[in-house]
Design a protein. Structure first.
Length: 146
């Protein structure tokens, strides 16, 4: 939500029929109360199994998205890439989080690495149309996403 972490805008995707719908304002009897919940964090066991999956991958890949930039986590992302030695791709809005000239940038082999990755660690990115919703033929049929 835009209320936690680094304050800022958030993306809301609404279906077209909802955007173009018309209602009689007199039919609205109340506005729902919005309850702000603290963001969930991963339990320790989930984190360990996630790291084990990433470590066991034969062809792992990190996808760096704009969420890392918006959250101002560039240093942490760079440190993670360098410590793990895993190749990364940046989404269009994630470019520059880790320098394009970094040795682990797989951008020049984008199609190949996307099609051959067995585990993809999404960092600040969504599996939307830019990433072909994580589906074949852009991604391997049995790819696992973290």
């Amino acid at each position: 939500m835009s209320m936690y972490g680094t304050p800022g805008p958030c993306y809301i995707d609404l279906p077209n029929d909802l955007l173009t719908a018309k209602i009689n304002e007199d039919s609205i009897s109340y506005l729902p109360k919005v309850e702000l919940l603290e963001p969930l964090t991963l339990p320790h066991s989930t984190l360990l199994s996630t790291l084990a999956l990433l470590k066991s991958a034969k062809n792992p890949l990190i996808i760096v998205g704009k969420g890392i930039a918006y959250g101002r986590a560039e240093q942490e992302m760079r440190a993670f890439v360098e410590k793990t030695g895993l190749p990364f791709l940046a989404t269009p809005m994630g470019k520059g989080v880790v320098p394009d000239k970094h040795a682990l940038n797989a951008g020049s082999a984008r199609s190949y690495i996307l099609q051959n990755a067995d585990v993809v660690f999404l960092c600040g990115a969504r599996l939307n149309w830019i990433l072909h919703f994580g589906l074949p033929p852009r991604f391997a049929k049995n790819v696992q996403f973290i």
